[in-house]
Design a protein around this ligand. Structure first.
Ligand SMILES: Cc1cc2nc3c(=O)[nH]c(=O)nc-3n(C[C@H](O)[C@H](O)[C@H](O)COP(=O)(O)O)c2cc1C
Ligand SMILES: [Fe+2]
Ligand SMILES: [Fe+2]
Length: 383
C-alpha cells in the first residue's frame, strides 16, 4: 500500500442550506478531493466554489511546495469543479485530465486558454510513477462526462458521485444507509441501467477502498454498499414494510392514515412509515418509497384533482423511474372525489406497479364505517 503519499484535501460545508438547490442536508455536505504525491503529482478534483479558500489552503499544505502535474476532473458539476479557475490561477500550466465530454463541458464553464488538456478514454492509464490511475467511464452517474479512476497500486476506486452520501465528514463520518439512500435515489435514481453498467465494470476490479466525492471513504462496508447499490439500481425493495405517504388539506386524510398505520401494525406488517408530503422532507419520502415494496398514497381531492403536494411527489417518483411496487390508494373528497383517478393518471407509465383495488374513498371526516375498507386495504397490502 502506498496510501502514505495520498492526501485528503476535501472540505466540509455546514453553511449550505440546500444541496443542489433542493435537498436538505442537516449534517452539511462534504466535497472530497485528494492529492497523490507520486513521482508525478495528481490532484483529484476541486470542490464547490463555496469552500474554495479552505480547499486551496488544504492543497497548498498537502503539496508541501511541490507543483501539481495533473488535475483529474472526474465530474464537471459545480460542487466539484467550480474551483477549477481559482486552482489554475494558483497553479497555471497544470494539465487537466478528462475525457472528451469533460472538456466540452469545462468549456461551458471556463475560459481554459492554453491550459494543457490530457484526454483519456475507457481503460487508459495515467502513470504517476508509484501510482497508476486507470479510467473507468461512468456516463450518467450522474452527468454524461462522469468518470471514475482506479489506482491499480493502492486498489482504490475514486468513484465520483457514486457511493456518496449527504453529510459532512466531521458530523457524519460513517456510512449511513438512510442518508446514502436519500442521496442516491434523489440524485442518481433515474439512471439505474447506467449504474448497473458501472457495477459490472467494478466487479472486475480488486477494490480495497472506495473514495467517493461526497461522504466517507469506504473499505469494510464495501460488500454491504454494493448490495445496496444492486437493490437501488434495479429498483428492488430492500425491506418489508409500508410507506404511507399523504397529502391532507384539513387533516382528515391524515387521521385515516394514522388509523391504517395502527391496523397494519397490529397485523404485523413490518416497518410502517408515515410521511406528510406537505410538511416532511419530500426527498426522504421518495427514498422510503424505494426502500419498501409497499406504498399507500392518500390524498384530499383538490379542485377536481389531487392536492399539489401529492402531484409533485408522484411526478418525482415517476421521474426517478419508480417501479415494481404494490400501491394502495386512499382518496378523500366532500362532493366529487377525484384524487385516486388523478393519482392513477400521475403513475401511468411506471413499470410493474400493482395498484390494489378497490380504492378507499372517504367523504370528509373518518367514520367507523370506513374501518372495514381500511382493514381490507391492509389485508391486500399484506397478501
Ligand atoms: C381548495 C379546496 C378544493 C377542494 N376541491 C375539491 C374537489 O374538487 N372535489 C371534492 O370532492 N372535494 C374538494 N375539496 C374538499 C376536500 O377534498 C375535502 O374537504 C376532504 O375531506 C379533505 O380531506 P382532508 O381533511 O384530509 O384535507 C376541496 C377542498 C379545498 C380546501
Ligand atoms: Fe454530481
Ligand atoms: Fe457531487
Amino acid at each position: 500500500m502506498q496510501a502514505s503519499n495520498v492526501r485528503y484535501i476535501g472540505v466540509n460545508d455546514h453553511e449550505i442550506d440546500l444541496f443542489e438547490g433542493q435537498y436538505y442536508v442537516p449534517d452539511g455536505m462534504s466535497y472530497n478531493a485528494y492529492v497523490i504525491l507520486g513521482e508525478k503529482t495528481a490532484v483529484l478534483d476541486t470542490v464547490d466554489l463555496r469552500k474554495q479558500a479552505d480547499y486551496l489552503a488544504n492543497l497548498k499544505e498537502a503539496l508541501g511546495g511541490r507543483k501539481p502535474d495533473y488535475l483529474v476532473v472526474h465530474h464537471v458539476e459545480p460542487d466539484h469543479a467550480s474551483s477549477l479557475q481559482a486552482f489554475l490561477d494558483v497553479y497555471p500550466g497544470t494539465a487537466l485530465v478528462g475525457n472528451a465530454k469533460t472538456f466540452q463541458m469545462l468549456d461551458n464553464y471556463f475560459m481554459l486558454g492554453d491550459t494543457p488538456r490530457h484526454v483519456v478514454k475507457e481503460g487508459d492509464t495515467l502513470d504517476l510513477g508509484d501510482h497508476h490511475l486507470q479510467f473507468v467511464m461512468a456516463p450518467m452517474v450522474h452527468w454524461p462526462e462522469v468518470m471514475m479512476s482506479y489506482d491499480t497500486d493502492d486498489k482504490v476506486l475514486y468513484s465520483a458521485d457514486a457511493f456518496g452520501q449527504f453529510g459532512a465528514l466531521d458530523t457524519a463520518p460513517d456510512w449511513n444507509d438512510d442518508e446514502a439512500r436519500r442521496y442516491y435515489l434523489n440524485i442518481v435514481g433515474k439512471y439505474g441501467t447506467q449504474v448497473q453498467a458501472v457495477l459490472k465494470k467494478a466487479a472486475g476490479l480488486a477494490i480495497e477502498e472506495i473514495a467517493p466525492l461526497h461522504g466517507p471513504k469506504l473499505s469494510k462496508e464495501i460488500p454491504h454498499v454494493l448490495e445496496k447499490y444492486q437493490a437501488w439500481s434495479t429498483y428492488t425493495p430492500e425491506d418489508s414494510g409500508v410507506l404511507i405517504a399523504y397529502a391532507s388539506l384539513h387533516g382528515n386524510t391524515a387521521a385515516v392514515c394514522e388509523k391504517l398505520a395502527d391496523i397494519l401494525d397490529q397485523k404485523g406488517a413490518g416497518d410502517i412509515m408515515l410521511a406528510d408530503l406537505a410538511r416532511d422532507d419530500e426527498a426522504e419520502a421518495l427514498a422510503r418509497a424505494f426502500q419498501y415494496g409497499k406504498v399507500v398514497l392518500a390524498a384530499s381531492t383538490y379542485n377536481a384533482g389531487v392536492m399539489p403536494a401529492m402531484d409533485d411527489f408522484l411526478h418525482h417518483l415517476k421521474a426517478k423511474n419508480w417501479q415494481k411496487r404494490t400501491v394502495g390508494l386512499i382518496e378523500n373528497g366532500s362532493w366529487a372525489p377525484m384524487a385516486a383517478k388523478t393519482m392513477k393518471a400521475d403513475l401511468e407509465g411506471c413499470k410493474e406497479l400493482n395498484i390494489l383495488e378497490p380504492v378507499v374513498t372517504l367523504k370528509g371526516a373518518p367514520k367507523a364505517t370506513d374501518i372495514p375498507a381500511l382493514e381490507a386495504l391492509a389485508d391486500a397490502l399484506m397478501a
